[in-house]
Design a protein around this ligand. Structure first.
Ligand code: PLP
Ligand code: COI
Length: 318
């Protein structure tokens, strides 16, 4: 298998078709045996549940080449668990967690030529997803579903790689109180599209969303959780039931506590406190840790002491 001489060092976060994807269908109350295919096209009814009422959930994780040449994925068991929670919240059948991991492994193995080499800065992004596939016209869950996994080699999510970004406090919400902010549903991302384009048009890289109930507390961005560092070196990360429970964030909290011996607080973080932090970063599968240099709240600039050229020391260590 050829990888068409991909220029790993200059990849951005985009889609490149790879050779194989995994497909499994749910019909008459059961998942079929599933398997790999080279066909990247999905053919469904014009009235499919996903097209009419956005009944779709997804996951995202990465495969890496290690220094000694093995291919590994990062904690796919947690993605399997999260996808189960997402599916339950949208009244979709659960794709069994052991089969989820098997599907990911099969897809990565089949596309091994597309896993970027160690040290290239690129990775193979893995996208499992599921959608309602049969016609649905009254508002109700579909009866039939398709689960798929595809892969695509990617570079950094934000242009410029690890250069600090500028974000603005958003007046738009990405989630509702008691809504679906805590699951990985396509509808949350549709909801954020106007806000992200508006942020770009105003010259910002991303949005800082506040809690939809009171607009006083920091939630997350459109695709990553926040990590802050206090001036005395404590790591602080927002706790909320309307943000996505990031696997990267949960892993970094462990690393901070157990490997680096840092104090970590997972708690509500008020917007009012942001100006007092020493460092800020966005963490997620796509974002890795992207440093934030500045947060702008309706014209009021909050500049972190770590500045606009370098990552802060604690974020760097993490
Ligand atoms: N928050 C949102 C809204 C996301 O889309 C993502 C990406 O998956 C994250 C946070 C980070 O989660 P994870 O670290 O599990 O990729
Ligand atoms: C991920 O990090 O896997 C995501 O799904 C974020 C998305 C904005 C690309």
């Amino acid at each position: 298998m050829e990888n068409n001489n991909i220029d790993w060092a200059n990849l951005d976060f985009g889609y490149i078709k790879t050779d194989y994807r995994y497909v499994c269908n749910f019909k008459d109350g059961a998942w079929d045996e599933g398997g790999l295919t080279t066909d990247d096209k999905v053919v469904i009814s014009e009235c499919a549940g996903v097209l009419q009422y956005a009944q779709t959930v997804f996951e995202g994780m990465k495969a890496y080449t290690t220094e000694d040449g093995r291919i590994v994925t990062f904690r796919p068991d947690l993605n399997a668990e999260r996808m189960e929670n997402s599916a339950r919240r949208l009244e979709m059948p659960v794709f069994p967690q052991d089969r989820f991991i098997d599907a990911v492994v099969q897809t990565v193995k089949a596309n091994a030529a597309y896993v970027p080499p160690f040290g290239s800065g690129a990775t193979l992004y893995i996208r499992p997803f599921m959608f309602g596939s049969n016609p649905v016209i009254g508002v109700k869950p579909a009866d039939d579903y398709q689960f798929r996994v595809f892969t695509t080699p990617v570079g950094p999510y934000f242009k410029g790689g690890v250069k600090p970004i500028t974000i603005r406090v958003s007046d738009f919400d990405r989630a509702a109180p008691n809504g679906t902010g805590h699951i990985k549903a396509g509808l949350n991302y549709a909801m954020s599209l106007y806000a992200i384009m508006d942020a770009h048009r105003q010259g910002f890289d991303e949005n800082m969303y506040l809690d939809p109930g009171t607009h006083t507390k920091v939630e997350e961005t459109g695709g990553a959780n926040f990590l802050f560092v206090t001036k005395d070196g404590k790591v602080v990360t927002p706790k909320s039931n309307s943000i996505l429970p990031s696997i990267t964030r949960r892993s970094l909290v462990y690393v901070a506590k157990e490997y680096l011996g840092l104090e970590v607080e997972e708690r509500e973080v008020y917007l009012e406190e942001v100006k007092d932090f020493a460092e800020c970063g966005l963490c997620g599968t796509a974002a890795v840790i992207s440093p934030v240099g500045k947060v702008v709240d309706h014209g009021k600039e909050m500049c972190f002491p770590s500045g606009m050229t370098e990552m802060g020391p604690v974020i760097q260590k993490l």
